[in-house]
Design a protein around this ligand. Sequence first.
Ligand code: GDP
Length: 297
Amino acid sequence: MAFESLSDRLQGAVQTMGKKGKITEGDLKEMMREVRLALLEADVNFKVVKDFVKRVNERALNSEVLQSLSPAQQVVKIVNDELTDLMGGEHVDIQYATTPPTVIMMAGLQGAGKTTTVGKLANFLKKNDHKKPLLVAGDIYRPAAINQLQTLGQQLDIPVFTLGDQVSPVEIAKQAVEHAKLQGYDLVFIDTAGRLQIDERLMTELKDIKVAVQPNEILLTVDSMTGQEAANVAKAFDEELDVTGVVLTKLDGDTRGGAALSIVSVTGKPIKFTGTGEKLTEIERFYPDRMSNRILG
Ligand code: GDP
């Protein structure tokens, strides 16, 4: 299960305390030490952990809490609330354009799951929000990328717009949006090139596409298995592109959880969806409160 070890450790920390009728400041200190270690071990950004522990402490070290009838439960609730806030509080949905088509530009490093996510998300919104999506092959550098998207499109029965690999991605994106308008597609997904690391050429190209088509959403796919590094990558992309949200992929293989717990604090941008497996149906809307409940059991 995702977040297994974090979940075990946090549950251990709060359960020990939950058994006590009354709790002292010493008990609280002991628990917070465990919580802090659990978060650091989960590869959560150091500063995020520090602020988190400070906030929980401030709220818990309050005589109303400590002298209440169920202090332990109250402290558990505080930890739950703060975990929820750490992951963004409320679910933030896709912002559709008032005049279709809604243009969603996808960005991310190579291997993060960007192309797969384009397919998954288009299919999800087609099924759940009754949209008519068009996929756009904007990665002209990786030889297999166009084919990969076309195969995905066939599997999902969603059309793919391509102009081959000899036309610039900016031009492809512009023509794709025009094509969508003419053909009545109300949702356009632009797949873009990824690289193994962030470089200037990649960013310049993404910025040029952004300027050319003014997307309603710029969604960043990041691999949750890379822990707090995912938050660093997201921050770097966000500084250049001002993204509207994050899709956290491969949550199914992430036993630690550091990315999900760091990324919102580090970037200020919401996690909108999570990828939860290799199958094309394995994508979910992200609800911070549900995730927090799951972590704390
Ligand atoms: P891109 O280079 O960013 O376009 O990455 P791809 O879409 O080609 O995905 C890279 C690999 O990650 C593929 O093997 C995908 O099947 C896999 N992948 C993508 N999303 C998920 C996910 O949510 N869970 C798992 N387990 N694998 C995923």
